[in-house]
Design a protein around this ligand. Sequence first.
Ligand code: AMP
Ligand code: GLY
Length: 436
Amino acid sequence: MAAAEPAATMNVLVIGGGGREHALCWALERSVSVAQVHCAPGNAGIAQVATCHIGVDPVDGAAVVDAARAVAADLVVVGPEAPLVAGVADAVRAAGISAFGPSADAARIEGSKQFAKEIMAAAGVPTARYWSGDDPQAAVAALDDFAPPYVVKADGLAAGKGVAICEDRVTAVTAIEETMIAGLFGDAGNVVVIEEFLAGPEVSIFALCDGDDCRLLEPAQDFKRAHDGDEGPNTGGMGAWCPYPLDTETIATLERTVFRPVLAELTRRGLPYVGVLYGGLVLTDRGPQVLEFNARFGDPETQVVLPRLATDLGLLLRACADGCLDDAPPIVFDDRACVTVVLASGGYPGTYETGKPVEGLDTIADGDAIAFHAGTVAVGDEIRTAGGRVLAVSGLGAGVPDARAAAYAAADCITFDALHRRDDIARHAATRAHPR
Ligand code: AMP
Ligand code: GLY
């Protein structure tokens, strides 16, 4: 006999207003354990599955606590990194409300690359060899210990722009000077990390963590460059697909050698980690190596992971928040593949215009395609663009080719002025036995 279905008793407040938060709200709305889904501030798409609270500043802990109390939230799920680094999860927990998201101190695993490297070294996690420090001269001297291409990273959060991959030493010295002396990334560049270049496909793995226990979700792959063929500037992500085919043994090894040791090291330092630990990995010819950790779900990877998740997301996140992941139901994924295509404003990740009417959304009904809103606003009856990434259109199918076809067929129905997208998301995955 199946276990009794949990009663829909939980009110959940999601913090954020991008495509990731739309996917979270969409999955929570489908969770049997969840009675009401609220989102602050939300966006025009999120408003279709949750009650949006647009006046709430997502990085203001006191405002988030007030909003959580006003809606009798049993659980607050913090989506983006900025509120985490600002201590919003701490504020919620201090108010006696369950929070899914790490403390500001633990979120430093994303907020400081030097801190992440220290944790990885202490935990014995496979990662690129590195140097870090705050003295520009010493940074230049440290280049001698590395070979081209040189990787120079600003320590702090720099909106995804703080990493320079430099083909030669002169370019690397310029990157060090721009970061540390000219202040291109402000205080985020006071310290730099120089590290070995890792070659191979990149994969994103999310671990749901309750402080000392964790469970891994199936791997996804993100397409970070703006243009087809992995050309152009880095973006937040122009598309993704899931599941990336890593065998179960490799995933079990990663859990044992990467995620659990990091959780144990954070706990040892008095920083128990609750929330998603996002491992960005490179599959090198000497095995998987960790490129970075993020303290949150990936965007747009969430838009391909959650549509495949068959388990009640509300129960999983609540169990993490309450430190009892052991009691949560097993994680089960749908066999179908999922591909998402980001529709961006022309010019993104540089400057772009907003306020453009979005046409064609009503042709997509939840089925094998879902239009997750990333940067949209409702103006009267119209939906308009309001950000760089506007929508992430996800398609599901029996395999990657079908999922890809569903995503692009739906994406083809949507138009707005100066729309930019990539046409090659998951193309290789759909045509080759081994991707990229
Ligand atoms: P990050 O901001 O750390 O995510 O870096 C942005 C992107 O730069 C990554 O997604 C990689 O594509 C690339 N990158 C960063 N570090 C390295 C590295 N050590 N080796 C190769 N590529 C890297
Ligand atoms: N898609 C990459 C990230 O969320 O950081």
